[in-house]
Each structure stands twice: as C-alpha cells, then as structure tokens.
Design a protein around this ligand. Sequence first.
Ligand code: EPZ
Length: 421
Amino acid sequence: MENVEGFRVLGGEKIEGQVRLQGAKNAVLPILAAALLPEGETVIRDCPDIRDVHAMAGILRQLGCRCQAGRNEMRVSSAGLTGWEMPDGLSKQIRSSIFLLGPILGKLRRATVTYPGGCEIGLRPIDLHLKGLRALGVSVREDGGVIRCDGGNMHPGDVYFDYPSVGATENVMMAAALLPGVTTVHNAAREPEIEDLQGFLNAMGGRVSGAGTQVIRIEGVEKLRSAAYTPIPDRIVGGTLLCAAAVTGGEISLDNARPADLLPVAEKLKEMGCGVETEKTRVRLWAPARLRAFSCLQTQPHPGFPTDMQAQMLAAACTAEGTGVIVENVFENRLSHVADLCRMGADIRVSGRTAVVTGVKKLHGARVSARDLRGGAALVIAALGAEGETTVENAALIDRGYARLESTLACLGAKIERIPL
Ligand code: EPZ
C-alpha cells in the first residue's frame, strides 16, 4: 500500500532566489514514446524525476524496451520491443500512454490499446487521434473499451484536425515518421512541446518541418537512428514558480528558461503589477507588496494562455486588489480547485467554465486536497501567501509533474515540508 503524503506549509515567507528549470514533462512524455522508433539506444538528458515519466518508462518496459533511469537522464533501448498490446492497468494510470499508439503503429504496423479514460479535468476523448490515424490508412476497431488498430495498409496523406489537439498532432507525427512519402497535418497544435518532438525526431534522422505553425510536414524515412537529446525546459513549472514569487511579494530568477514560452504568463503577471526582465535563457520577476487583479484571462491553445497555468493564476488572483475573470476554454472540468481555495477564504464565484475572483486581503491556512496536478500546485501557491498553516493532501498528484516541489520551494525560502498523512 503506497504511503499517502501531503505538504505542510507555513505561509508568509517571501519566495526569493534563483532556480534552474528542468526538462519539460509535456515534452519528455511524447519523446519517451518516440524513443521506441529508432534502432538502438536513445538518451534523454535533463529528464525530470517525476511520477509520469516513471509510469511511461514502466509501460515501455512492459512492451519489451529497456529503460534505465540515471542522474537526470533516461536511457531507452527499443531493441527488445515486441509488444504492441498496451498493458491495461498501466495505460489507465497515465493518459499520455495514448502517445504510444502512433509510434507502435509506425514501427510494428499494429497496436492494441485500451481507452485511457477521462481524468479529473475532463472526459478527454481520443476521437481526433483515431481520426488522424484513420487518415493514414489505419483500420481501427473499437469494442468494449479496447481499440484494435491494423496498420497493414498505412499510407502517407493529409490529416485535418477540427481542433489543434496536442496529443493527436504528436501521435500523427510519430506514426508518419517511418512511413515513406509525405504526410501533412493541417490545423496542427503549435505548442513548444510539438516543436521539441520535431527536434527529437530530426535528431534521429527524421524529416519533419513546420512544427510551431498550423501545418506540419512529415517526410517518412526508412529508419531512424539512436540519438542523445535535451528537451526544452518546463514552462509550466517555470510559470508556477513565478506565481509563487508573485503571491509572496518575492523575487525570483529562473535559469535555463525560454522567455518566449513564458510570455503569456509573464504578461499577465506584469498586468498584476510585477516587474519582469528577460535575458536569453533567464527570466527574472519581482513582485509588489500586493498584486492587482487582471481584468480577464481566457485559456486557449498555444500561443494563447496555457490551460496548465490557469489554476496557479487563479490562486494568485485570490489576494489581488480588485476583481478578475477567468474562462477555461480548453477543458470542461478544470475549476475543481475553487472549492479548496474558498476553504482558505477566497471569494470566487463559478458559472460553468467561468470563475469571477474578487481579491481578499489575505487567505488563511486550512486542510485542502489536491484534485489534479495543476490544481494541487495552485493550492501550494495559495498556502505560501496565506496566514498560518495549510495541509495540502495528495502530494502524489503534484509529484506527477513537479520533481520534489517542496525542496525547490524550501530552497527559495518557503516553510514547507512533505508529511505522511
Ligand atoms: C496536452 O494534453 C498536455 N499533456 C496537457 O497537460 C495540456 O493541458 C493539453 O495538452 C493542452 O495544452 C501532455 O502533453 C502530456 P489536447 P492533451 O489533446 O494532448 C479535446 C498537464 O497538466 N480533445 O490538446 O490530452 C480534449 O478533451 C496536462 O500537464 C478531443 O476532444 O490535450 C481537450 O478538451 C493536463 N478529442 C482539448 O481537446 C481528442 O481526440 C485539448 O486536448 C483529443 C483532444
């Protein structure tokens, strides 16, 4: 039985100092999936020590790959890849297991997966993934939650997405990388992690271009070779730490950052009265004694405001001067952190996907529960600025995307510790 842990936070300390960002979870997960495409061993450097990475490595091992976690790196060898049936239990543990569908089909021309199912933030269907693969000639049979894919007649082609889904775009890129001929994805997702997947595929000898725009072109190659690759830094971890400094009136410097990836968050924090300065790989923020409310924040696909930063910004708005509006356009159920923030004294009204936040002077400590990864990070941010002690339950959810968050924050001056519950 796994130990249940939480975080105890004593609020009121300023977050101050310098921190280096690690590789991005949402870049590393598809890159791990793509690591089964080449012959030989791939090395992923700056690989974050987080639960989702270990879960993905667990699935790769079950498929016959060798996965070796080292200091900040992961070595993957696909030489033993035999399995094309995704282990049910493990794939339910992590939604991103669906990212394996494209590379398994691309390499073995057949795959069986179970529906990854929904999660706390929404139903999360995979219809666009399947539509994309069908456009490449994959025959898909769905029965009783199992999806059997036959890629015997796969061919390159044009894929048009009704919505720029990150996962569906990545799956088609990986399915087409070893498919001789040209595949073109229209209305593709443009997130920085998509560009990073293109970078990784091309480092292995792939011919992918256009990532970061709405049209991606994949010229399939005979085979891919092994490579060593360093993923982009985690812009969501970076944004989370900027918010932590903002709500505590602190000052922080993020190293190994990509300022362009943090632009939407930095612009909103500037609107709230923070100072932000950027250099090539550094972002520095200094906060006023009290933030002022932003008028409105709408989450959108990139380059719009990232949905993965919505909860953290909502937490920051809880003690800002004035009233702000947040609209969650990407996921249908991503405001579940509101109830816990209100337990800490926040004034938030929700209607559908819209939250209206009227800032209060101070939040107070309470016992709250993380209900999803980013919502959990938002509760920790709120606790850092609150009066008194807060216990945030379900640290395991936060560990999915943050490597030892309590140590990072403690190094920046926070009074936070991991506790058994
Ligand atoms: C990726 O999820 C990220 N996960 C998510 O981060 C992130 O929130 C999301 O992109 C949007 O930026 C990883 O990269 C591992 P989508 P993904 O397909 O690929 C609907 C985090 O906190 N949709 O772009 O699942 C879907 O339901 C996580 O780190 C369909 O309707 O996102 C959602 O409403 C959470 N049909 C919207 O599109 C489909 O076939 C966006 O989903 C696929 C998606």
